[in-house]
Design a protein around this ligand. Sequence first.
Ligand code: PMP
Length: 301
Amino acid sequence: MPPLGQATPEAPCYLNGEYLPLSQARISPLDRGFLYADGVYELIPIFARRPFRLDAHLDRLQRSLDGIRLPNPHPRAAWVEIIRSLVDAAPWDNQSLYLQITRGAGTCRDMPFPEASSTTVFLFAAPLAEPSARQREAGLKAMTVADIRWGRCDLKTLALLPNVLARQAATEAGCDEAILLRDGYLSEGASSNIFIVQNGIILAPPKDHHMLPGTTYDVVLELAAQHGVPHQIRAISEAEMRTADELWRTSSSKGVLAITTLDGHPVGRGENAGKPGPLMRRMHAWYDDFLNDEIRRNPLP
Ligand code: PMP
């Protein structure tokens, strides 16, 4: 790894076998990731220089690669080595490690897979954007948006334009997240999974083709099971979401957060209306303990 600027730390990056500062990385304009969004990605949060559920992220990467018929360019041990090198090179303890694989560049712009192309493998580390104290204590504002994405939202592909447009609409409306609805049912957030709480029961939509199976989604259900909180996995209608006692957003970089305003209306009722609910407050404590425990237990192999 070449020395990286000390005064203004620059993101370390890996591109096709080389470690270099992000500003020096170059790819071909014929790269199919650029032309067709023909590729997949992962975002692995690093807490105290330890990756969050690395196996779950690398398993999902493999499922995404299989889903778009792209051979995995590296065995798992090589991925771990690349990730370790980047994490060590970056100056931050908490990082967001982005990993992208595309079908590379052919000799011209043509849709069928090129006969000879090598994959483009790109990773870079950045400081982790953690939720603010306000977001944790007061909860988030969300708005609903029609889910206009394709039929394989379970794959983490580069084709994020509908998510980008949804998040932009949310940002312009002063919201933190967009919640995607398809045919009257909840899919997920533009960059998160969504849970509701109804009469003390945690409800989560099933892992089908309409949502990305989140690593944090699994953690939340594991914690619910460990702490004896009733939970069900089933389709959640828009009406159920709008009348839920609590609404939660999960993602590995921001953890579990309450959504307390939905389309301008307070979530929940009575004294909890518009505030993180009682189950969220318990889940925050369980999740913090889990994260501390996970960090202690899981150094890079
Ligand atoms: N759905 C979408 C569309 C996402 O982008 C993310 C963030 N990766 C998630 C769900 C949550 O996944 P995870 O818990 O693994 O961060």
